[in-house]
Structures are given as C-alpha cells and as structure tokens.
Design a protein. Structure first.
Length: 277
C-alpha cells in the first residue's frame, strides 16, 4: 500500500520539521511506501526556506510552495490534486503540528472498513491530555446551536458571552466538591460518528469514488461540518478508530490572529457551514 501524508504549513517551519521527523520515525511495513507532501500557503521567505531545508533532507517528502494563502482545506487540495486516487492508496491529510505514533501505519492497515467508510478519524489528543475525537458522535446539541447563533450576532455580544461562559465554568469548578472514587471514563471504541476534529483525517479510496477534492468553501474554521456534509451527501460515514494515535500540539499560528479579525473570519465561515451543523 501507499500512504500519502499531506500537511499545510503557514509560518510554522518548526512544526513542519517535527511533523516530518515523526513520519520518518514511523514503522513502515515491508512492501509499503510513504510519501509526504508539505503545502506551504505563502509563508514569509525566512520560514519557507526552513521548510525547504526540512523537505530536502528527506527523500520521501516534497514541497508545494504557493504564491498565495487560499486557506486550510484549499491548501490540502493543492496536495490532493497531485496524488493518485487508487484502491491501494490512503491519504492522511491535516495540520503540520501533529506527532504520529510509531505504529500509526501498522494500526491503520489493520482497520476493517466497508465501502461506506469515506473518512477515518484518528485518536487525537492534545499535549494536556484532552481527547479531540470523537468530535461529534451524532448531532450537535440544540442548546449549542442556539448559543452559536447568538455568538455570531455581534462581536461584542460574542465576546461577552464567552466571558460569561468562562466565568460560570470557573465558579462551578470552585463550588462543586471534587468527586471521590470516580472511575475514569472508558476510552471510546471503534464507531461510526458524525464528524471528526479537523486536525487530521484519513481519506479512504471510497472518498474518491464520489469526490476529487475536499470542500474548500471556507478559508478557515468550519471544515469539519463541510466534510461531514460531503460524506453524508454521498451516503457514506466517518469511522472513528482509537488505535491510530496522534499527538496534537495545537499550533499558535491560529491563536496569534487578532481577536476581532479571528471573529470575522470565523463568522464568514459560519455563514457557509451553519446549515450543515
């Protein structure tokens, strides 16, 4: 089999170096091949040169340097467009701030899936141990949909709502006594889910029976809803599997965007993906 890993870089050369090193350290079964495609979304020259150096040191990697920043999924599509969509190829697409378990490919090969499985969602955890998948198992709660609509009514209303929510959560943590002798929640097993977190997806060959690319309608944020809509529209599903593990470093590049600008980007995306929540 062939495994193609596609990641988008924007001013994150250090993450990209660690990403490629993670791939280099993975166990690759005999007879299988691995390719890495780094899509640079018009990073500053100093960052791009570091990425070029990281890629040049690894024969399995190649670089697509774009002269503009089209956004996350559109960046991934630049890599997807150059890949074969054969039955023996799996595409692993996502962020560059990921560290894959050494047995990621071995475990991925062991996953049984039918023709209705268009996407596989990995077991992704953050540095502080938060589990990011399954992201949405069935449907987004109605209360969350209402709060989201209110949040995007106005920037100041949205910020006030976030502040109130954080304050209430903080007070509840102080008031409520810590439960004793509580067993940790069991790790979810393999299951079909509505959508996985956007940090990383495995696109199976069956995805490409229906589509040539990801839905790149948004610049950033909301990609999970767009992909789940693609999958459901084709009569397919997303399969979560806990055996394929990824550590997510959560890049600071998005967090560094100024608050008002970030709000406006997210609001513009929300107008596109809200019907698919």
């Amino acid at each position: 089999m062939k495994f193609v890993f596609i990641a988008v870089n924007y001013n994150g050369a250090a993450h990209t170096e660690n990403y490629l090193q993670s791939l280099q350290e993975m166990t690759l079964p005999d007879g299988d091949t691995l390719e890495a495609i780094i899509v640079d979304n018009n990073s500053p020259d100093s960052d791009l040169e570091k990425v070029r150096s990281s890629v040049a040191q690894r024969p399995f990697a190649r670089l697509i340097a774009q002269d503009h920043n089209p956004g996350y999924f559109r960046g991934l599509n630049a890599g997807i467009d150059t890949c074969p969509k054969t039955e023996g190829t799996l595409l692993v697409v996502g962020n560059n701030d990921l560290k894959f378990a050494m047995d990621f490919i071995i475990r991925l090969k062991e996953i049984p899936y039918e023709k209705d499985v268009l996407v596989i969602a990995p077991n992704i955890t953050t540095l502080d141990g938060r589990r990011q998948n399954p992201h949405v198992v069935k449907n987004v709660p109605y209360s969350e949909l209402v709060m989201t609509r209110i949040y995007f009514t106005n920037y100041y209303i949205g910020q006030a709502g976030r502040l109130i929510n954080r304050t209430i959560r903080s007070l509840l943590r102080r008031v409520r006594p810590a439960p004793k002798n509580v067993r940790p929640k069991p790790e979810p097993g393999r299951m079909k889910i509505k959508r996985g977190i956007g940090a990383c997806y495995v696109l199976t060959p069956y995805f490409f029976h229906h589509y040539q690319r990801l839905d790149g309608s948004v610049f950033l944020w909301g990609e999970e809803a767009l992909l789940s809509h693609q999958v459901e529209s084709a009569g397919g599903c997303t399969l979560y599997d806990p055996s394929i593990k990824i550590l997510h470093h959560e890049s600071a590049s998005v967090k560094s965007i100024e608050s008002r600008k970030r709000y406006e980007i997210v609001k513009a995306s929300y107008k596109i993906y809200r019907d698919y929540l």
